[in-house]
Design a protein around this ligand. Structure first.
Ligand SMILES: C[S@@+](CC[C@H](N)C(=O)[O-])C[C@H]1O[C@@H](n2cnc3c(N)ncnc32)[C@H](O)[C@@H]1O
Length: 208
């Protein structure tokens, strides 16, 4: 996985441009209303969605790709980026909230559970977690070879898990669901075109 992302960030730079996902502003507004002052961003990439959260919050990003981290150091000096895997806890202290954009669907079932577990361990009791991921309503769902239920190799050497509402809720069982929903994300490509994805999101509180 890190080879794939290293190659893409090294070759394409800021792949999805500099504009953050509207979901980051949405999450921030909910976080601030809940008194959040520190945010962890697992799989932070080059920081497209980290800048939004400061100066109001302290922001930490975990990222595996060295190429992405090089870009991130230039693009967002206000976030503390940590080189490492988001599948394991990386912080020595707990934060108030997690914002995780389009990372969960990249993994098979066992690693999806690890990402959620690691994220949870880094959030204080009562803290918030916001995740986005591919929706089962996205046109790529069901394309290519099925690797596991709901997970398809929808492009050559690239697979993703496509979430139904019920599946997403099951992944976060034991936490209190605050809100779920879906939206269409439009991403600019460096070549000048744009493409759309249908995403789901879930906002949960750490604790029953
Ligand atoms: C689809 S991109 C999303 C990037 C970022 N969340 C954003 O909103 O721009 C997925 C990111 O997850 C990173 N990634 C993949 N596996 C990871 C892991 N185990 N630990 C940390 N980051 C990982 C990739 O390097 C890539 O930057």
């Amino acid at each position: 996985m890190s080879k794939y992302w290293n190659r893409r960030f090294a070759g394409e730079g800021m792949i999805w441009g500099s504009e953050p996902s509207p979901s980051a502003a949405w999450a921030k507004s909910h976080f601030l209303d809940a008194g959040v002052r520190s945010v962890l961003v697992p799989g932070a990439g080059y920081g497209r969605n980290t800048k939004v959260f400061h100066p109001e919050c302290e922001v930490y990003g975990i990222e595996l790709s060295e190429s992405a981290l090089k870009l991130a150091a230039e693009w967002d000096s206000g976030t503390a980026f940590i080189a490492g895997s988001a599948l394991e806890p990386q912080l020595e202290h707990q934060v108030d909230a997690v914002y995780c954009y389009d990372v969960l669907h990249l993994f098979l079932a066992a690693d999806r559970a690890r990402l959620i577990e690691a994220s949870l361990r880094q959030v204080r009791p009562g803290g918030l977690l916001y995740f986005t991921s591919f929706s089962d309503e996205d046109p790529h769902n069901g394309c290519g070879e099925m690797l596991e239920p709901g997970t398809y190799e929808y492009k050559k050497d690239k697979y993703a898990h496509f979430f139904s509402e019920a599946d997403l809720r099951t992944h976060f069982a034991g936490m209190t669901v605050v809100e779920t929903g879906s939206f269409t994300e439009s991403l600019q490509s460096p070549q000048g075109g744009s493409h759309e994805y249908i995403l789901r999101f879930i906002l949960v509180r750490n604790g029953a």
